[in-house]
Design a protein around this ligand. Structure first.
Ligand code: ADP
Ligand code: MG
Length: 370
């Protein structure tokens, strides 16, 4: 176990072009499970490879357990990595694959057997120990890859999209298992995914990245309730948050097809601001209404009946608004619908910067879980 610190870490590949990772600052807790999430190409793997020592950081410092590791080669960083490709040795059995790193370290046969058996029991793969990788399913192979990482009892686990090759059902099972495993082993873990649901369900803290830059570091619930900008707001949550451009006058936001009244705290923050804002509304916060107070009205274009919820797409002026209504609703395409949203569920964003205009911007943005 160890605290991992990244201070102003940056990476530039080659001599020209922009940074793949820029100004990355994060200090983990000892034993924390940190998820890096963001679209493809945002710099997640580069960050992991710098922590592992497979890539030199162009700038900044990386400390593991208080030790500056910039001059420390990967194999001396006491880190175990698990990747999307399992990279098992095909000619070795499961047991031999798992034992390999301990053999290199010249551990005794008895110790190696004890470690491998223990990891195999933890992962429920005892009955597979004598098989070769080709005799395993994808899920079993990924378990072996995890087992190989566990036997090393590293200070830090780095997992880069380890579940991407598995089918949807297996991914859900495996992500729960990795969380349980972490609760048991309590090893500081960096976990990379591009899937926001995986990030939300697994991370104690989540680092949301875009174009090499950290957008926000927060707990899952804070990301959902207090997104720092329009990117995070749209990335976290499914279906995605709706954004409507509105003109603001005296605590009322208006645009074609909608009129929303701000709660007193928001209205106070907005009092000093003239001009347009982006108003963000999550689909699950919209409800059928009689049209009083807060209302968004439009024509129904799509109805998706999922049983537990009904997802509706409305055309509101030039835009589409998605609403997720609880239960099964009898709503017809072409019908006019009026939806309301509690005023304390509205999110406001600056039209220039896309940054949140928060009621209590300081506390909301800096609310980092400890
Ligand atoms: N070895 C490399 N040489 C040059 N550019 C790279 C290299 N690896 C990654 N990049 C670039 O760095 C950026 C971040 O990539 P990466 O860290 O792999 O993103 P992610 O893992 O989030 O998909 C991308 O623009 C990618 O093209
Ligand atoms: Mg990657």
């Amino acid at each position: 176990m160890a605290i991992v610190e990244l201070k102003n870490v940056a990476k530039r590949y080659g001599s020209s072009g922009s940074n793949a990772v820029e100004n990355f600052n994060l200090t983990t807790r000892d034993g924390e499970f940190v998820v890096l999430v963001g679209p493809s190409g945002c710099g997640k793997s580069t960050t992991m490879r710098m922590i592992a020592g497979l890539e030199r950081n162009t700038d900044g410092e990386i400390l593991i357990g208080g030790r500056d590791v910039s001059q420390v080669p990967p194999k001396e960083r006491d880190i175990a990595m698990v990747f999307q490709s399992y990279a098992l040795y095909p000619h070795m059995t499961v047991a031999e694959n798992m034992a390999f790193s301990l053999k290199l370290k010249k551990r005794s046969a008895t110790e190696i057997k004890a470690q491998v058996d223990d990891a195999a029991r933890t992962l429920g793969i005892e009955q597979l120990l004598e098989r070769k990788p080709r005799e395993l399913s994808g899920g079993q192979r990924q378990r072996v890859a995890l087992g190989r990482a566990i036997v090393r009892s590293p200070q830090v686990f780095l997992m880069d999209e380890p579940l991407s090759n598995l089918d949807a059902k297996l991914r859900v099972d495996m992500r729960a298992e990795i969380v349980k495993l972490h609760k048991r082993l309590k090893v500081t873990t960096f976990y990379v995914t591009h899937d926001q649901v995986e990030a939300m369900t697994m991370g104690e803290r989540i680092v949301v990245m875009k174009d090499g830059q950290i957008q926000q570091i927060d707990t899952p619930i804070n990301l959902y309730e207090h997104p720092a900008n329009r990117f995070v707001a749209g990335f976290i949550g499914n279906p995605s948050m709706n954004f409507l451009r509105a003109s603001h006058v005296d605590g009322v936001l208006e645009g074609e097809g909608f009129r929303l009244t701000l709660d007193p705290a928001h209205a106070k923050t907005m009092a000093a601001r003239a001009g347009d804002v982006w108003v963000g509304v999550r689909p699950e916060h919209l409800e059928d209404t009689d049209g009083e107070g807060n209302a968004i009205a439009g024509e129904v274009e799509v109805v998706e009946t999922l049983g537990s919820v009904t997802v509706v797409q409305l055309r509101v002026g030039e835009r589409f608004v998605t609403a997720q209504l609880s239960g099964h609703r009898r709503i017809e395409v072409g019908e006019r619908l009026t939806l309301g949203c509690a005023s304390d569920k509205l999110h406001l964003f600056d039209v220039e910067s896309d940054e949140v205009i928060a009621r209590n911007s300081v506390s909301a943005l800096n609310a980092v879980a400890t």
